[in-house]
Design a protein around this ligand. Structure first.
Ligand SMILES: [Zn+2]
Length: 185
């Protein structure tokens, strides 16, 4: 059984709309697949936490949005725009990580010049902080993405934010590299 299929079963599980056989399929898969098992536990923890919150009356506009989300759900999952956003986000993270490694971490280790040491410390600090932020962006996007899909809240807005965050990081990264190059010349 593929992780993708288990994924949709897990969504049914959290919707409370699952058969005994399907439940067993999830358990069986999670015994073999560490990734799915971990994802399941994280989701379960998040949803248990959500369910502990007291029910509040949501604004009327929100209800409309949720209903729209439900009606558009099928269209969303096949929307090439959403897929493109995700691909751009993932591609951005890969480029960002590669940039950091090739242009900052490796030169930092190689360089021993006192003149640029101070600036290297700044870049190194930024690198550490942005690494943590990047992890948060990835983990939160996975988690929120799952929850929002299941709760039928519009995913498009959220993905746009993720993409903007990644682009902002890339811009700052480029700026630092540019400044560093000026300093070296
Ligand atoms: Zn799996």
């Amino acid at each position: 059984m593929q992780c993708q299929e288990i994924n949709s079963l897990v969504m049914k599980y959290f919707d409370g709309n699952i058969s005994e056989l399907e439940r067993e399929m999830i358990i069986k898969h999670n015994d073999k697949c560490k990734r799915c098992a971990e994802e399941f536990l994280v989701l379960k923890g998040a949803i248990d936490t959500l369910e502990e919150f007291p029910e509040v009356e949501v604004p009327f506009g929100f209800k409309i949005r949720v209903m729209e989300g439900i009606l558009n759900r099928r269209a969303y999952s096949a929307n090439p725009k959403i897929v493109a956003f995700w691909l751009i986000s993932i591609f951005g993270l890969i480029v960002f990580g590669w940039n950091m490694t090739a242009n900052i971490i490796v030169p930092y280790i190689r360089d021993s010049g006192i003149m640029i040491a101070a600036y290297n410390v700044l870049i190194y600090g930024f690198n550490v902080v942005s690494g943590i932020l990047r992890d948060i962006v990835v983990v939160v996007s996975m988690l929120l993405g799952k929850i929002l899909i299941m709760r039928n809240v519009l995913l498009r807005d959220y993905i746009t934010y993720v993409t903007l965050i990644v682009l902002a990081f890339m811009a700052i990264n480029m700026f630092l590299l540019y400044r560093r190059k000026l300093q070296e010349n």
